[in-house]
Ligand binder design. Sequence first.
Ligand code: HEM
Length: 322
Amino acid sequence: MAASINTHFFLMITLPAILIILVFSGSATAQLSSNFYATSCPRLPTIVLNGMRQAVSSDRRMGASILRLFFHDCFVNGCDASILLDDTATFTGEQNALPNRNSVRGYEVIDTIKANVEAACNATVSCADILALAARDGVSLVGGPTWTVPLGRRDARTASQAQANQLPSPFSDLATLISNFNDKGFTPAEMTALSGGHTIGFAQCSSFRNRIYNATNIDPAFATTRRATCPASGGDSNLAPFDTTQNTFDNNYYRALVARRGLLRSDQELFNNGSQDALVRTYSTNPARFNTDFAAAMVKMSNLSPLTGTNGEIRRNCGVVN
Ligand code: HEM
């Protein structure tokens, strides 16, 4: 009898404790944390910041390019550095998917930073985490907000060209954009804030030609200006800035939208008598509000289905699986 009470007591105390430990260890591996490398690679943030400083000072557009690289990584199977895997004779990755090919830039910047990180902390930091930090630094170096990056992602051993081909199209209407972002867990308002990434950088003629020649919801003077360097045929890769301050992260993208000077169809859809008009107006007059919302949405994007714990790997070279 005494033995059975003892056993009972033992189970009553220990079972819940075991359950609690199991639950917590489960979430500890699934959750990212900003101090993940605090002891294993304390210099990581400095190494990434220095790498981005160098990259942006020799090519100011690189802040924009790395931000886009990160977006295209996170929207395809989560932020797992899958976009960094190079194609080989036996492996087809994401770099040659239509939205990425001859368009996404900055792979070599991440490779250089990774080499510096490896020199300081061998086989410790994922390419996915380096990219998340680099995107944050690229934004803040060109005048944008900063945010705390949760860390502890691991790198994918696979990639999906098919899914990369599903990245949002510049020819989309508002309903499609809302649906694309909803699929990844974002509200329409978060989609509108994230689209403000287009406050920096450039697009190629082929992605906005149809708009500047055929759209009616466009400022005619703006259409004329853009046509000067984006002919009706040819010049597909000629560049135009998204707004008049393409090297500075500010709220001019939204001011452009209100003036019907959005470059892509998908940009102007955010201000075209639809559900996002009011928020676009708010951001066009309230840069602080845009910065806050953008930073929050970036943290959310950087949490998209990361590989953690023992899933994936810490790639030695960002372009190839170990
Ligand atoms: C809303 C759906 C989106 C669409 C349809 C879209 C589409 C595009 C297109 C077509 C380009 C130009 C590419 C080229 O012509 O080579 C571009 C550039 C860019 N996108 Fe997006 N994008 C979207 C959302 C985002 C988001 C969420 C971000 C980041 C938060 C972002 C950041 C950028 C940046 C920074 C550039 C300029 C890159 C550079 O100059 O190298 N975009 N985007």
